[in-house]
Design a protein around this ligand. Sequence first.
Ligand SMILES: Cc1ncc(COP(=O)(O)O)c(C=O)c1O
Length: 461
Amino acid sequence: MPADDLKELLAATTERSVRYLKDIETRRVSPSNEAIAGLARFDVPLQNEPIDPRTVLAQLDEIGSPATMAMAGPRFFGFVIGGSLPVALAANWFASAWDQNTGLFNSTPATAALEQVALKWLLDVLQLPRDCAGAFVTGTTVAHITALAAARHAVLKRAGWDVEANGLFGAPPITVIASAEAHPTLFKALGVVGLGRNRVVKVPVDSQGRMLAATLPKISGPTIVCAQAGNVNTGSCDEIEAISTQAHQSGAWVHIDGAFGLWARVAPSRAHLVEGVEHGDSWATDCHKWLNVPYDSGVAFVRDGDALRKSMAISAEYLPTETAQRNPSDFTPELSRRARGVDVWAAMRSLGRAGLAEMVERHCRQARRFADGLSAAGYQILNDVVLNQVLVSFGEPEFTRRVIAAIQNDGTMWAGETVWQGRTAMRISVIGWSTSDADVERCIEAIIRIASVARVPARAI
Ligand SMILES: Cc1ncc(COP(=O)(O)O)c(C=O)c1O
């Protein structure tokens, strides 16, 4: 493609992206039924001849953009995910232009070096042991898989078993302990690494979904204890410090799911919630959550770097493994992958410690404001709002579901439905970098307006 054409294509993409991001500040958050129906226009028979890339981009924008959920906008509060900081989006584009397959230092020195720095900064801001090994992966699900593979290696090595060489056939059994409120991705990951979704010893939780050290079962033999920083419903955190101490006394490995909760470390007013989290052996977190970088951006940290390396290292005649530098693919499940750490480096470099802390503090304050505003209007908040999560019930389950559907349909904002300890609730997760206090006030007003109209029997409306 001639340079001028490339420039035109990328400039047009920039223009479309800027328009999209501007529009989602004002358009409805959920796509209209009409826009969703329009997606059928993508489904044409694949033609024989090439098409002008500008036409392809135009189709993506014209058909796709209206049918997107405005997750990148300021009033999307579903799924604890967050948007993309402009600098992270820009770095992501730039890294795509570089197109570096970041498996080996020799072939991709710039991105391998950037990722190493990004890992160092993450360990620093999250206040985890600085000599941890780390891996950039797609998200917390794969971070669990990565960390649990390292855990499996270490606990079986201590039992005299080489799991990478021999697999789990005939291996000493590993006990896995997790809370009844562990995130479903943890169970999925346990299934993937051969530890089983259903043979986990599940520990009951308290009213906020916390696993307490006093309820841990007696530990013996090769054991992995999985704790959680940030319950996906309530935002509450397990008693990680005491759980780690107890687990370590019996030689167990402690894995911590800190998908979003680990970021409480950066906010002075919330850090107490995750006190002692540095005592874990492995951690899984998402940068596409509270750091607000584009998907897919998860990280696994492992204190015993050798265990991670032994479980992930790869070698082949054609791969230059002998290097003084760190090869990322020795620590990640994938060989080929995009340079995820570039967006992370850019987001942290731009925000600095203070910017990151301000963002997390602001979201927690805004969550509190949601809770206060809705509770003042007579609706029940089901959780202690300790972090960025708010669970609100509008009354009977059927009515609550009706209000949530009406809120989603109204388009001012979007929040999802959940059931918390038997009670149906709307789950508001405040985590998008662009959410302003004015957005929060507007959403509180919308929720109260919609819920009070929904209270009127349907025939009277
Ligand atoms: C506590 C917790 N663990 C794991 C996950 C899954 O993360 P991912 O979707 O990045 O795999 C989430 C997602 O919200 C979560 O809140």
